[in-house]
Design a protein around this ligand. Structure first.
Ligand code: LLP
Length: 463
């Protein structure tokens, strides 16, 4: 089990472990289905294929680096979440993990809703035809223009993040003659990271309104008094890359406690609770994520039990998985440029991308795996560090992994589980041009986000 705590939770806690690596897998050519998209395999020549297409062909047509996304897998995972939660609950895909117009259409077709957290994400969702009532708008500092756009469009909910925003959204909605459905995002004092969570009384972070000191209750009280707002529920998001459900248990307990206080004080039973996203995926073979149906069952049991205890009607549950849907569906395809053995240490493998297409290793000490993709090899394993081409020694894509000892320039290697927070956090550092996202399905490939060009870069530079 990978023990890395995920630092991108609410508090960005400094809980990173010592760097470590395990022994090489028995067969370096094997592709563990846990970390690879569903249709990934090898053809008779040993070349990795996805959706029936060889990566050598994809590299030739679309170049490298490239994010290769398995559309059938994306749809399967989206549908699995939708089915697991059934008709009594809602699944909002968190667009921050990766959003494009094709993705919006797939979500729409598969019956999922969409969580956006900026004007740009909202624009993408609307331009691809996602019905506004199926969009939730998040963010701790939405601009008045963003709020107005969301209210005018008729988004299904705005998630309010501060006292000031309660008033701001109410005024904007009222001035437009509307009553905006809203949830109030609270922080419940649960900080969840991978395999542990910490329950505290206070929460020192920028998102939401603390439950502590009666602040969340006060926020609900104020929101209920404003004509421009229709308070539909409470929102809580406790962290990222979580495997342990007990953090959700504590969070649900505390959210239901607030619902009870609201009922007792105002005689209002809020109809919805959103438990956020943060469900973990396998980045390496050591990770064991839960299936959507297990998560749905666990969450619904927790909420039902807590509500029975508080004698409340069970609210409608919603969740916001991003990583758990898109993360495993894509891999990044790179070409090896140099192979540099450092005596007694490890071999540095430089690829044609790096921290500009995957910042997660540098930022969170994230773990990834890697495979030789353009062929198989029976050479002895060598310990490698896969690095990019940027002018920075922290430009690491895969910190510790094993690749065949005959790896050479020109080989293609693939890093799985890069569907979430890689393209969406990509940068132009060193004037790198962000790679395309190529969707593959049933033997056909198409670009859904094209590669940036020098022209794109220079167009923004007005001289
Ligand atoms: N809902 C809310 C309110 C969130 O803040 C987030 C993520 C999600 C849902 C989706 O979480 P997911 O299911 O994708 O874990 N850049 C970091 C992750 C930051 C996540 C921030 N919020 C990373 O690369 O790991």
């Amino acid at each position: 089990m990978s023990r890395s705590a995920h630092p991108a939770g609410p508090r960005h806690a400094d809980v990173l472990p010592e760097g470590h690596y395990t022994a090489p897998a028995d067969d370096l050519n094997a592709l563990d289905p846990k970390v690879w998209a569903h249709t990934v395999g090898r053809d008779a020549d040993g070349v990795v294929t996805v959706g029936g297409i060889a990566v050598t062909q994809l590299a030739e047509e679309y170049g490298t680096p490239a994010y290769i996304l398995d559309e059938a897998d994306f749809r399967d995972r989206a549908r699995a979440w939708r089915t697991a939660f059934g008709t009594d609950a809602d699944v909002f895909y968190a667009g921050k993990a990766f959003l494009s117009r094709a993705v919006v259409r797939w979500l729409d077709e598969e019956g999922l809703n969409l969580d956006v957290c900026s004007g740009g994400e909202l624009a993408t969702a609307l331009s691809a035809g996602m019905p506004a009532e199926r969009i939730a708008f998040h963010g701790n500092n939405k601009s008045p223009e963003e709020i107005e756009r969301a209210v005018r469009a008729g988004v299904g909910r705005i998630v309010l993040d501060s006292f000031q925003e309660i008033v701001r959204v109410a005024h904007i909605a009222e001035s437009l003659g509307k009553r905006q459905p809203v949830q109030i995002r609270i922080t419940v004092g649960v900080e969840a990271h991978t395999h542990e969570f910490i329950a505290t009384a206070h929460e020192d972070q920028k998102f939401g309104i603390p439950l502590a000191g009666g602040q969340a209750a006060e926020a609900v009280r104020r929101a209920l008094q404003l004509d421009g707002l229709d308070v539909i529920g409470i929102h809580s998001h406790i962290g990222s890359q979580i495997f342990d459900m007990s953090g959700f248990e504590v969070a649900a307990h505390r959210v239901v406690g607030l619902l009870k206080d609201v009922r007792d004080e105002h005689g209002v039973e809020l109809a919805e609770i959103d438990l956020g996203g943060g469900l973990g995926i396998a980045y390496t073979s050591d990770d064991d994520p839960r299936e959507p149906h297990e998560i749905a069952k666990a969450l619904s049991e927790i909420v039902t039990r807590e509500c029975e205890g508080a004698r409340l009607r069970t609210p409608r549950i919603s969740v916001e998985p991003g990583r758990a849907i898109v993360g495993p569906t894509a891999f990044t395809l790179y070409e090896v440029g140099t192979v540099k053995p450092l005596e007694g240490l490890r071999t540095y493998v430089s690829v044609d991308g790096g921290m500009s297409d995957n910042i997660r290793t540098a930022l969170y000490d994230a773990e990834y795996s890697v495979a030789l993709a353009s062929r198989t090899s029976d050479a002895e394993p060598m310990l490698v560090r896969v690095v990019g081409k940027h002018c920075e020694s922290g430009d690491i894509v895969v910190k510790d992994a094993f690749l065949p000892g005959d790896l050479a320039p020109g080989d293609l290697i693939a890093v799985p589980a890069t569907g979430a927070y890689c393209r969406s956090m990509a940068s132009n550092y060193n004037h790198a041009m962000r790679p395309p996202v190529v969707a593959v399905r049933d033997g056909a490939a198409r670009v859904i986000v094209r590669r940036e060009t020098e022209e794109d870069l220079l167009r923004l530079d007005v001289g």
